[in-house]
Design a protein around this ligand. Structure first.
Ligand code: NAD
Length: 416
């Protein structure tokens, strides 16, 4: 059974590709992943038992370079989700202008119920079993929902250890800790990119950042850094949600205080100086900017009509369904589409890839400057295309990305 996310991703792609008059053969070719793999993992866990877990890898397209995309660990992740996310990575890498294609992997497991030791065992089991599909010229994973920097360090260690060498030959994985081959600023790059694009869009829309009120869904790799960055830039974060609860304070939440509270082992929902509200109310709050930074299909026809924000910054991948997109368009809400808004992570992953390949060292200042410059250039390119064609930002971004991939396929030629 195909998931909504998969169908929505194909629908968005076909709508734009047909409008751009991409050849029908290419549309068919790009409507499906080039390769998918299902792997049965059988790690021996710390309870002394073998646990069976399924993992998936999808490579959507490699016309612009090796497949790039994170590893999602979630109890309900499916091959269709992974295929949709791999396709979105093809457009994202193309749009942001890095020489990668689109890929993604998934491990069916609940990261919250695993001890650190068992998560490491599972990640190493995935790496050993998937090794034929991972490599600097094949597919380079990174963190996504449910995985983090530590997991990427374990992947790299597993690969170098099995080869009997202290480092890997080239970059097999990005988003690693700096002390084992990572790049400073990668962990923050996606969330910082969200904040950068919010700044650019706010300037266009005349939103005064000193007065702006923001609601954010998701407080993980992306949502927490975006909250921190926006808070530091003086925006008022009035609501935050994670999977366990949603908190609200119309006068603004102390994001530094929340980080401190969480470091003490507490939950977001119990943060003092905030009021818990039902999670269903988050999107209808009176605010200026909404940042979905959790999972896909969160903004649907059921809640889109009630959204009051003027600007939506898609930190998550695929958070808005095509039907909801139409409602938001009619309401005149400006959307920074996911393939632009959260592309900071894959851009800095590319810097990590080149750093490791060339045995270079980059400073956090260099990384942040290049991130800022690339996002500004890309935002401007998308906005100009939107204005020229009188279309919204999502179609404008997809047009640029799809044309580039289609042109690359034609450059490679069709053999036989
Ligand atoms: P994460 O696992 O670090 O954090 C996810 C957060 O979302 C957690 O706080 C979780 O509690 C919360 N959450 C999950 N479901 C929720 C729900 N229904 N309601 C409220 N909160 C919910 O994941 P992440 O890496 O921050 O990824 C978040 C999104 O950003 C995903 O869509 C991912 O594909 C996308 N993304 C991540 C990166 C990256 O570099 N990590 C890059 C690009 C895009």
């Amino acid at each position: 059974m195909e998931s909504n996310h998969f169908l929505n991703t194909i629908e968005n792609f076909r709508r734009v590709a047909e409008k751009c008059q991409i050849h029908p053969d290419l549309i068919e070719r790009l409507s499906r992943p080039r390769e998918t793999v299902k792997i049965c993992l059988t790690p021996l866990m710390s309870d002394g038992r073998v646990h069976i877990h399924t993992a998936y890898i999808a490579q959507h397209n490699r016309a612009l370079g090796p497949a790039k995309g994170g590893i999602r660990m979630a109890p309900s992740v499916t091959l269709d989700d992974i295929s949709a996310l791999a396709m979105e990575m093809t457009w994202k890498t193309s749009l942001i202008g890095v020489p990668f294609g689109g890929g993604k992997s998934g491990i069916v497991a609940d990261p919250e119920s695993l001890s650190p030791q068992d998560k490491e065992i599972l990640i190493r089991s995935f790496t050993r079993s998937a090794i034929r599909h991972i490599g600097p010229e094949i597919y380079i994973p990174a963190p996504d929902m449910g995985t983090n920097e530590r997991d990427m360090g374990h992947i790299r260690d597993c690969i170098s250890y099995s080869s009997g060498i202290s480092v890997t030959r080239g970059c097999y994985v990005t988003g690693k800790p700096v002390l084992c081959g990572g790049i400073p600023g990668r962990r923050e790059a996606t969330g910082k990119g969200v904040a950068i694009t919010v700044g650019l869009a706010s300037r266009l829309l005349g939103i005064d950042l000193a007065q702006a009120r923001v609601a954010i869904q998701g407080f993980g790799n992306v949502g927490a850094v975006a909250a921190q960055e926006l808070f530091r830039r003086g925006l008022k974060i009035i609501a935050l949600a994670d999977i366990h609860g949603t908190i609200w304070n119309p006068s603004g939440l102390d994001v530094d205080g929340i980080q401190e509270h969480l470091r003490g082992g507490n939950s977001l929902a119990t943060f003092p100086g905030s009021e818990p509200i039902p999670s269903s109310e988050l999107f209808s709050l009176d605010c200026d900017i909404l940042v979905p930074a959790a999972s896909s299909n969160q903004i649907t026809p059921a809640n889109a009509e009630n959204i009051k924000a003027r600007l939506i910054a898609e930190g998550a991948n695929g958070p808005t369904t095509p039907e909801a997109d139409q409602i938001l368009r009619k309401k005149g809400i400006f959307i920074i589409p996911d393939i632009l808004c959260n592309a900071g992570g894959v851009f800095v992953s590319y810097l990590e890839y080149t750093q490791e390949t060339q045995r270079e060292q980059m400073t956090v200042e260099e990384v942040e400057n290049r991130l800022q410059q690339r996002l500004e250039k890309c935002f401007e390119e998308v906005f100009s295309n939107a204005r020229a064609g009188n279309i919204e930002m999502r179609s404008a971004a997809l047009e640029i990305a799809i044309r580039r991939v289609a042109d690359a396929i034609v450059c490679h030629g069709f053999y036989p």
